[in-house]
Design a protein around this ligand. Sequence first.
Ligand code: HMH
Length: 218
Amino acid sequence: MTTIETWINNHESVYKAATRHSFIISIRHGSVDLSSFKRWLGQDYLFVRKFVPFVGSVLVKACKESDDESDMEVILSGLASLNDEISWFKKEAAKWDVQLSAIAPLQTNQNYCRFLESLMQPDVSYAVAITAFWAIEAVYQMSFAHCLEDDAKTPSELREACERWGNEGFGKYCDSLKKIANRCLSKGSNDVQVKAEAMLLQVLELEVEFWSMSDGQI
Ligand code: HMH
């Protein structure tokens, strides 16, 4: 078993809470409250704007610390898709009459963004940062792919959002990130492994809270 597989098995309940949250299940059932979807849209736009510099910091760490030059292309493709994502959020917000410039980050979103900032510090190793990057992307991939399964009743006007993260190409990209993370972790010291596992748990908890915030539960 890979390091990440072992950790997912060890933390199955929080992994499930993050990837099968009631907000996602409500999209999949077609019962989602549209005000929740709009709240998610506005808050996630703000999150993604903070996620870009974090991914930039992972790219810088890869250039300095990676022993495989192909890592750069994978991370760069992630940045390219974030560029498309920002345009998509703007277009989607216009479609739903959500005024992005008027939105302030809610507390849960602020907490998550502060966590991203802490991971941008130079003393955080590449192995820890790339594991966080994979986890953040993988939660969205797993969640939204669930809304596109054959028996899902996802409303047609929400399918495009689900397809952004639930499509096969995004799945392959997440697999590439996972492979890089596992390679770095297997070469990492015990200290790096302990830090990375704790960080993975924090990501999963923050993702659960982000969904709950979107759903208006907190
Ligand atoms: C909160 N987690 C959150 N927002 C996102 N857009 C992603 C993960 C994946 O990009």
